[in-house]
Design a protein around this ligand. Structure first.
Ligand code: ACM
Ligand code: ZN
Length: 484
């Protein structure tokens, strides 16, 4: 049947009906889980059973898909998600989207029963949240001197979302049972913040600009200065006031330590706190932010690099596993820490279909290698990001994300043993029209799983486009101050 993500149990009986002609009966079953539902479609009556409104909402999403497909077979459906966390991330820092585009994307993701919107709102290339407390974040940090990312458009680029716009998106998500998690990436990926307030970095004489290219940048927040900590607390307070949800994402990825190695304040902090090295300093810094947010009733999510210090415990933060070469995430989960599967090679939708074909995304197992049976229980769910260094407008975003986002939605909802790629391809092709009604142009079927030759060409092209010698140097030697 034409339902995506595929429900866990469907029994089809003989006969068909038009759902619009059926009366609907709602039954409450206190014993069911919040998101679970059953639907019985009889000739003349549709019966929805759920614990409450959330289960009813998911049942209605299923019925909406069936209704769009024409006459519905009489049937019984029993359904509940595999994972509690079914997330999608939008990077609005590198390139912004309009609020209407963001809402269209959310509507589409919601229709496939996703329930977390992780909003990446600040990075080296721009700070995108209105700040009353720190106005330079908008005056300076929200703008870069040109479009950048190898665009030859030399006009300044930028902007930010007002608090009212953000509140509007949060309210929109609430109606769809979607939690909004803002990401304030720190201590790295902070050129836009440092450009706004240069005293926050280790080198007071440095000129740091809002970045106009991708990569990893050495100037990061100074963890040695109390004034930087105070700034971060103030910033997180402003974010905690704006976003009502339980979680704030603190980033923590790709923070090279070269500046910290040479900073007297950072070295003093290491010594005063008996820390072993700069990696532990990052752990200490993150713990200070976690403690601050805890006092405000907030919990934290970080990228997997935050585990490198060994100082983040299982109750301190949920971890997003995007690229973990040394089993930090499986060890963390095996010891009780909660982890979200967001694998770079399978779920990063800014990479071409030639690098990450639909089938590869679909078949990824969120129970990644290294987990024992305890660890598997600690996989909270899945998330798929769209980073926007190379995704400069909504048509490109639509093409890159659909249908691959739907493959991740199915991994989030459908039991693994029930998944079937051939059947999935038919079901997602059927989504084309309803996505188009939201302004989303799903990639053509011929693009989904390119052949070897096309893949080779695309991989070479992509490698050439990301070949940035300075960025490679920082990646290879994160703790050294070597420049070209
Ligand atoms: C990341 O892709 N740096 C989380
Ligand atoms: Zn420092």
């Amino acid at each position: 049947m034409n339902i995506t993500p595929k429900p866990n149990f469907i029994q089809v009986f003989s006969g068909e009906c038009w759902l619009k002609d059926n009366k609907t009966t709602y039954i409450t079953d206190e014993k069911m889980k919040d998101e679970a539902y059953t639907i019985e479609i009889n000739d003349g009556e549709t019966i929805i059973t759920s614990k409450g409104e959330k289960g009813k909402y998911y049942a209605e999403l299923t019925l909406a898909q069936l209704e769009r497909a024409g006459k519905t077979p009489l049937c019984k459906i029993e359904d509940e998600p595999e994972f509690a966390y079914r997330g999608f991330m939008i990077d609005s820092a590198r390139h912004m989207q309009t609020i209407d585009e963001i809402k269209a994307y959310i509507t589409a993701a919601a229709s496939f029963k996703m329930n977390v919107f992780h909003w990446h709102l600040c990075d080296d290339q721009g700070y995108r949240i209105e700040s009353e407390k720190y106005p330079n974040l908008n005056k300076i940090g929200s703008y870069r001197k040109c479009h950048g990312f190898k665009s030859d458009n030399m006009e300044p680029y930028g902007g930010y979302f007002t608090k009212d716009e953000i509140r509007d998106v949060i309210a929109f998500c609430k109606e769809k049972y979607i939690d909004v998690i803002p990401e304030i990436d720190m201590p790295g990926h902070t050129c836009a913040i440092i450009a706004s307030y240069p005293e926050l970095t280790c080198r007071s004489n440095a000129t740091v600009e809002v970045a106009t290219d991708g990569g990893i940048f050495r100037d990061i927040l100074c963890a040695g200065k109390d004034s930087t900590l105070e700034f971060c607390y103030g910033l997180l307070d402003e974010i905690a006031d704006l976003f009502p949800g339980e979680y704030i994402h603190l980033g923590g990825d790709e923070a090279p330590k070269a500046r910290w190695c040479e900073c007297a304040d950072c070295q003093k902090r290491i010594k005063d706190n008996n820390l072993k090295n700069e990696e532990e300093l990052q752990g200490w810094f993150t713990q200070m932010m976690i403690a601050h947010l805890r006092e405000r009733g907030k919990k934290v999510i970080c990228w997997n690099e935050s585990l490198h210090s060994g100082l983040i415990g299982k109750d301190d933060s949920i971890i997003c596993n995007w690229m973990d070469r040394k089993n930090y995430c499986s060890d963390f989960a095996n010891k009780g820490g909660k982890v979200i599967a967001e694998d770079f090679y399978h779920y990063y939708l800014d990479y071409e279909y030639g690098m990450t074909p639909l089938k590869k995304t679909y078949e990824y197992n969120p129970y990644f290698d290294g987990l024992n049976s305890e660890g598997e229980k600690n996989i909270l769910g899945v998330e798929t990001p769209i980073w926007t260094e190379n995704v400069k407008n909504f048509d490109r975003m639509s093409y890159m994300c659909f249908p691959r986002l739907i493959a991740v939605a199915e991994a989030g909802w459908t039991r693994r043993s029930n998944k079937d790629y051939a059947d999935f391809k038919v079901r997602v092709e059927n989504q084309r029209e309803s996505l188009a009604s939201l302004g989303i142009k799903q990639a053509d079927k011929k693009c989904w799983d390119p052949g070897v030759l096309v893949r080779g060409k695309i991989i070479l092209g992509r490698l050439k486009s990301i070949l940035n010698p300075q960025a490679i140097l920082v990646f290879l030697f994160p703790n050294k101050n070597i420049d070209l």
